[in-house]
Design a protein around this ligand. Structure first.
Ligand SMILES: NC(=O)c1ccc[n+]([C@@H]2O[C@H](COP(=O)([O-])OP(=O)(O)OC[C@H]3O[C@@H](n4cnc5c(N)ncnc54)[C@H](O)[C@@H]3O)[C@@H](O)[C@H]2O)c1
Length: 309
């Protein structure tokens, strides 16, 4: 997708650096062969390596997919412990060798906490440059509304994913709208079923990752890759006017969320920078859910630190 221009646009040549562990070196080389064979006009060079320094050297964008993936029935605690040490090591390689203004997107789970570890162990990378992926959850929420209302997904906008990329995330439609032939209408008004929006919709989005793992016995792949392209494209090239997206970013205390956590907020992007959408009205129901997912992130943070000892 990156080599076809889905991430940075059809006019932006790219050099792909791909990192994997020694045990996967042969498979990595196979991916490199496929990339060569695809003859992508935008792909100017490929570096396929098991050396983290070579992989991080001068990169402008780092997409952190590597890690120990969640398997069916796996406890989040095991996942945290296996992944934080990887992110601590990769943080220092990025800090030392990546381009100065490198933008980082962490995808591997636990995504928010891996990003937090990366931020804490790469203190010279600006906090604003370290993000994690909740765009997949955002896109899932848009898709659920689109299916329910039988409208095209591109006509739905401004859902919000608050918090952790986990089952405590809060998919919020209170500010979401649909473009119709008679103007922009609120999702709540059009769905006209608060019970569905406050129960089934939320659970479906929260559990969608697990549902995909149940069905495929592997994490989402195509939709995750596409969401990663959406995340980086909007961050680098900007969000459309009047539209916000969800990104896991460090909290500056907005909406009462503990500063320093990597928490998913509604953001707009311009000139390569994101800003949290301010001033949205938060009702009691939302407040409880936003706080619950923040509490989980605080707990994950201390779990991550205990695994590093
Ligand atoms: N945030 C999201 O929305 C989202 C969506 C889908 C998947 N994920 C997560 O993304 C990650 C990747 O998922 P996947 O299905 O591609 O998993 P996968 O197991 O197929 O791939 C992980 C890759 O990472 C490599 N790897 C392991 N340790 C590494 C290290 N130390 N350095 C570099 N590479 C290393 C593995 O060899 C493997 O090639 C998982 O953690 C998954 O849970 C997140």
């Amino acid at each position: 997708m990156i080599a076809r221009g889905a991430m940075l646009g059809p006019d932006q040549p790219v050099i792909l650096h791909m990192l994997d562990i020694e045990a996967a070196a042969e498979a990595l080389n196979g991916v490199k062969m496929e990339l060569i064979d695809a003859a992508f006009p935008l792909l100017k060079d490929i570096v396929a390596t098991t050396d983290v320094v070579e992989a991080c050297m001068d990169v402008d964008i780092a997409i952190m997919v590597g890690g120990f993936g969640r398997k069916e029935g796996m406890e989040r605690k095991d996942l945290v412990s296996r992944n934080v040490s990887i992110y601590k090591a990769q943080a220092s390689a990025l800090e030392k060798h990546a381009a100065q203004d490198c933008k980082v997107l962490v995808i591997a789970n636990p995504a928010n906490t891996n990003a937090l570890i990366l931020k804490e162990f790469a203190p010279s990378i600006p906090e604003k440059n370290i993000t994690c992926l909740t765009r997949l959850d955002h896109n899932r929420a848009l898709a659920q509304i689109s299916e329910r209302l039988d409208v095209h997904v591109s006509d739905v906008k401004n859902v919000i994913i608050w918090g952790n990329h986990s089952s405590t995330q809060y998919p919020d439609v209170n500010h979401a709208t649909v473009t119709t032939s008679y103007g922009e209408k609120s999702v709540r008004e059009l769905v006209a079923d608060d019970h569905w929006l406050d129960m089934e919709f939320i659970t479906t989005v929260q559990q969608r990752g697990a549902a995909i793992i149940n069905a495929r016995k592997q994490s989402s792949a195509l939709s995750a890759a596409s969401a990663a392209c959406d995340h980086m494209r909007d961050w680098v090239l900007g969000t459309p006017k009047g539209t916000w997206v969800s990104m896991g970013v460090y909290s500056d205390g907005s909406y009462g969320i503990q500063p320093g956590l990597i928490y998913s907020f509604p953001v707009t992007c311009a000139n390569g920078k994101w800003s949290i959408v301010q001033g949205l009205k938060i009702d009691k129901f939302s407040r409880v859910k936003m706080d619950a997912t923040a509490t989980e992130l605080v707990e994950e943070k201390s779990l991550a630190y205990s695994c590093l000892d």
